[in-house]
Ligand binder design. Structure first.
Ligand code: MTE
Ligand code: MO
Length: 250
């Protein structure tokens, strides 16, 4: 009796093993086929098309959740790191002449506003201490000061411009550029920033003016703003062109 039981269960075991193994082989073949298919797909803005479709769908879902009532977590000044990292340096040519710098705000074709650093500093100042996150996987609690983009837009009557879908920001040498969706640039924590740790922004941190946008990953915090423009279509974006997510929200 016990012997028979053993024989049956060994048979069953064998059958189960064969089934499991077959399923494993089928999955393996499917994975290889899917991988090959994916890599035969055309490139869409720096990413393979199916992957780009997933990123675009994520963007749609997350921008629906996004609202200006959602604030990035802030910290006391004491939580700030001692040594602030310097990461990217695209668009920061060494021959930049800061003494000639003015922010260019392109309101429409042929209508550009030139704003000096002193004029920007004369606007109400906002400070923020937040966790600056880079998509490379590091983050730092850092302290910044500047004018809220929304205050700047109000002061310079950019009413019709801020009804468009996107803002583009470009370095003076055009070597680095980002596109930002309008809700994020008008977010109350987004700054045109001219101070770090209560002092003038260091050159390698984007002097005279950089973007600080705590609701986005580091790639969008463009250093050394040269010009700003508005558009209903997505402005060119340096890291988007290299396969990253356009929205890059947190
Ligand atoms: N002009 C310019 N701005 C830039 C970059 C860059 O390469 N050039 N890199 C971005 C990236 S990837 C990050 S993480 C942050 C880093 O800011 P930090 O150098 O102040 O740490 O700046 C962003 N702004
Ligand atoms: Mo980054």
């Amino acid at each position: 009796m016990t012997e028979k039981e053993t024989i049956i269960s060994e048979k069953q075991l064998r059958k189960k093993t064969i089934i499991s193994f077959s399923v494993f082989i089928v999955m393996l073949v499917l994975a290889v086929v899917a991988w090959k298919w994916l890599h035969k797909q055309p490139d869409a803005d720096g990413a393979l098309k199916p992957l780009r479709t997933v990123l675009n769908n994520n963007e749609r879902i997350f921008s629906n959740f996004f609202s200006n009532n959602h604030l990035a977590k802030t910290f006391p000044v004491g939580a700030t790191v001692h040594k602030v990292r310097v990461n990217g340096s695209e668009g920061m040519s060494p021959d930049f002449d800061a003494s000639k710098w003015k922010l260019q705000v392109i309101k429409s074709a042929g209508d550009t506003l030139f704003v000096t650093l002193d004029e920007i500093k004369a606007l109400p100042k906002t400070e923020i201490v937040f966790d600056f996150k880079c998509i490379e996987g590091w983050s730092q609690i850092t302290h910044w000061g500047g004018v809220k983009f929304s205050d700047f837009a109000k002061k310079y009557n950019l009413t019709s411009q801020t009804q468009m879908n996107y803002v583009g920001l470009i370095t003076p040498d055009k070597g680095y550029y980002v596109g930002i969706d309008m809700p994020a640039i008008l977010h109350p924590q987004t700054l045109l920033c001219y101070e770090m740790n209560g002092k003038s922004l260091p050159m390698n941190q984007g002097y005279p003016l950089r973007l600080i946008i705590p609701v986005k990953y580091g790639i969008k915090h463009l250093k050394r703003i040269g010009s700003i423009f508005f558009s209903n279509e997505r402005p060119a974006d340096y890291w988007y062109e290299r396969g990253y997510d356009y929205y890059s929200g947190l």
